[in-house]
Write a protein that binds this ligand. Structure first.
Ligand code: GAR
Length: 207
């Protein structure tokens, strides 16, 4: 059984979707969630994990220097030894040592070639985009810059509020992310697959 760690900073709706699929869906029998980690002890998503009896660790990023935070996190992961780390609304740059050491994926509520960082749905709404694109990508040392694993287009026709854009986007996120995680946890050669992704990314010149 593969070991999955999930990192969150806030609401945790993707976390919940993943845990649902571990309990009885595409992720059942493929992995155990060995850790839910957060940099924000007030993250509402923590309660979701606790209700499901998943181990949670919260380290308040504001309470310590970056160097110390990164060291504590590295030590924690040495103990947990995840096969895969899924960022699910984790709003902090992952330190380069961890990016090199672990397989880490992220879900982003926009096309990462067009919008990175926060407020992807607000951006789509303010631009009045007819569609937006949910992206699952490998985490590299940048902000939402790693090689793309999967993309799904969300139809925004008639979406007349940011909340509606977000509602449609999250429905796609919640469906897509567990499926992609299941694939990544299943591929025996997924490390090679990552290499291939990264090489393709390099050939494109990165971003
Ligand atoms: C999700 O929309 C996720 O794609 C986004 O944060 C939200 C977290 O919601 N992530 C990013 O913007 C990463 N750059 P959740 O806590 O309910 O899963």
């Amino acid at each position: 059984m593969k070991r999955l760690a999930i990192f969150i900073s806030g609401r945790g709706s993707n976390l919940e979707a993943i845990l649902d699929q571990v309990a009885g869906g595409v992720l059942a029998g493929r992995c155990v969630v060995t850790l839910v980690f957060t940099d924000n002890p007030a993250a509402p998503g923590l309660a979701i994990a606790r209700r499901r009896q998943v181990t949670t660790v919260a380290i308040d990023a504001r309470s310590m220097r970056r160097f110390d935070f990164d060291a504590v996190l590295a030590e924690l992961l040495e103990r947990v030894r995840p096969d895969l780390i899924a960022l699910a609304g984790y709003m902090r740059i992952v330190p380069p040592e961890l990016v090199r050491r672990y397989r880490i994926v992220n879900i982003h509520p926009a096309d990462t070639a067009r919008h990175r960082g926060l407020h992807g749905y607000r951006w789509a709404f303010e631009q009045r985009l007819p569609t937006t694109t949910i992206t699952v990508h490998w985490v590299d040392e940048g902000l939402d810059t790693g090689p793309v694993i999967a993309r799904r287009v969300v139809n925004l026709a008639g979406a007349d509020s940011e909340a509606e854009v977000e509602r449609r986007g999250l429905a796609v996120e919640h469906h897509l992310y567990p499926i992609i995680l299941a694939q990544l946890l299943t591929d025996a050669d997924s490390v090679d697959a990552r290499g291939a992704d990264a090489r393709a990314h390099d050939r494109r010149g990165g971003n």
